[in-house]
Design a protein around this ligand. Sequence first.
Ligand SMILES: *Cc1c(COP(=O)(O)O)cnc(C)c1O
Length: 421
Amino acid sequence: MDHFLYKDGALHAEDVPVSEIAAAVGTPFYLYSTATLLRHYALFDEALEGTDHLVCYAMKAAGNQAILKTLAQAGAGMDVVSVGEYLRARAAGVPGDKIVFSGVGKTTEEMRTALEGGIRQFNVESEPELEALNAVALSLGKVAPITIRVNPDVDARTHAKIATGKSENKFGIPIARAREVYALAGRMQGIEIVGIDVHIGSQLTDLAPFEQAYRLVAELTETLRADGHDIRRLDLGGGLGIPYTRSNQAPPLPLEYGAMIKRTLGHLGCEIEIEPGRLIAGNAGIMVSRVIYLKSGEGRDFLIVDGAMNDLIRPAMYDAHHDIVPVLEPEAGVEQRPYDIVGPVCESGDTFARQRDLPPLAAGDLIAFRSAGAYGAVMASEYNARPLIPEVLVKGDQFAVIRPRPTFDEMINRDTIPGWL
Ligand SMILES: *Cc1c(COP(=O)(O)O)cnc(C)c1O
């Protein structure tokens, strides 16, 4: 459920007409709903009620500080995958003891910054990383709390680019080798083992792969405890999918996911961490764009819009589907026609949808790409010298620009010219 609905014939974000924001900030832009962000966070929080838990929002999905602050004020922790994200979360007011540091290639500088600034735990992904973290911690006279990310070799049955839990993926330590690596960690003076971490992929639409992985984690917990390790926290990763189309079979609800977690792991008495990103931000954001031209080709009509693949890369990168809706509500029963919706970038891959049925549209009309809140703005680039598009946050009847559109001068003047030119 989200808060982008038609009211009085026009698409609204909560109580604000989208066209009003478009007039104020220009197109294209990203638009987020506070109520949807909070609702999705609350769904996870409630799903784990009765269990000691922390929902750590995977901020790589949408990292604007206004979004982080909105979620942090509701009680969320953060999952970060770089020191940039760590510093961004801290700047948004998130305390270090609510930040978990994931990622397969943390550098020693990143470890140092997080250890000095305060961190809930590092999710360690290899032995060399463990050695490096131990050395950094000892050099600072600190002890680094860690989990080890295990790779359970389960098939997440999702897009190949976002599956992370098979043995051929670069992530984690093979679960069969976990005992050995925990033993190594247990001998290190700069390391404190606090638990186990697992994350098998993104946009999962079925609970079975999660359950398979979590059963293996339950077994491993008992094994490691028997080996003398104090396993008190289980970080179960993110990955629960969202409905990108209304017609599709809906993915499992957070409530069902939470019930499964309690069923498979509840008996262990561990604190539970989860790291949802997409499900919190995905349907809490849209990208608003304007039709520049309607171009009639050989047997097909192209809607050329002012948003492009550099602004929203998911269709080009993951063959992703985004529902596209006119901002002006179509009249009931209006006849739809197929359009190819494309951006202005010089690549055929700059295509958002082919032969998509939409009500008649013309140059100047506003459209919205739904479900664009996660892995949208954060993956944008300035390809074709197109400045990063602004982000706007709505709350009730208020809206605020939370990242302005840079001017062309700001974009161009970041280059520096060597003295010999
Ligand atoms: C990307 C990622 C997540 C979030 O995944 P979603 O599919 O957005 O929920 C959580 N944890 C880790 C370690 C990740 O890399």
